[in-house]
Design a protein around this ligand. Sequence first.
Ligand code: AHM
Ligand code: MG
Length: 337
Amino acid sequence: MSDEQFNTDIITLSRFILTEQERVSPAATGELSLLLNSLQFAFKFIAHTIRRAELINLVGLAGAQNSTGDDQKKLDVIGDEIFINAMKASGNVKVLVSEEQEDLIVFENSNGRYAVCNDPIDGSSNLDAGVSVGTIFGIYRLDANSSGSIKDVLRAGTEMVCAGYTMYGASTHLVLTSGHGVNGFTLDTQLGEFILTQPKLTIPHTRAIYSVNEGNSYYWSEKVVQYIESLKKPQPENNKPYSARYIGSMVADIHRTLLYGGIFGYPADSKSKNGKLRILYECFPMAFLLEQAGGMAVNDKGERILEIVPKAIHDRSGIWLGSKGEVEKLLNFVHGQ
Ligand code: AHM
Ligand code: MG
């Protein structure tokens, strides 16, 4: 067997993190590396639980609503518990924001210097059909003088030190950035390790795919309706219309957009005036990843998502993100930029 067929020198996530730390910041304390280690445990635990959900009576509703009024699934609650416990146990986290928790959590007994914002199971309306869902996270370093407060997370997205998502699909994929490009890992369930499978991911500059919930078009602005209509007509470059792809799990829709290119949008509309997707744990991490991969992420006004400063932990925003050429086309159409 040639080396190409069987690699005996695989790069695990733990190895990757340590090597990156030495390469990028040799003076680092290693706290972020330890935190990433705790994160990967949470992802493995959630992946394992989702795979067995139907067998262990974890499908369906938990019977409550979360902070933003969504019906919680049993797995939303379990995923949230797994995540909170892993972050508490890590000792490196002081502040935690979760989609499933109304208030900010401050771990009083922790000396950790990081704040983590997360959506433990995003796209959970897809869970019972076995469709891909994911965990999204963004990480900030606390200010030197902070003892852990809401100010540590009500910051511009440009201040994130690390972000990513894990997609629980046919395989479990972890896609990560710490501001030096984007790398993709696949969970080898036999080894129990995330393996570097997609180093230095970049998003194609253009691709004729749009991803949006068109069922909302009645509520959209006239400009957004016209823009999407324009994509359905044969395009000047190849005389073909765009393809539509929409899964309804942001992680899965963004994963496809990152790999294939295209544009994903969830605009604000007359029904959801501030949009649907939450800034801290949906828009920011995805915008950071796509920018690091060479793409773009803007709000409905055409402003860069990462420069927004949220006023509350569950604030929402309209969002458009994907291939640079596709987002520029949108900006040109809608804002004449
Ligand atoms: P959730 O966090 O409650 O799962 O909601 C977020 C999800 C995203 O994953 C997805 O992009 C969007 O909501 C889909 O919304 P819709 O069903 O309105 O198209
Ligand atoms: Mg979500």
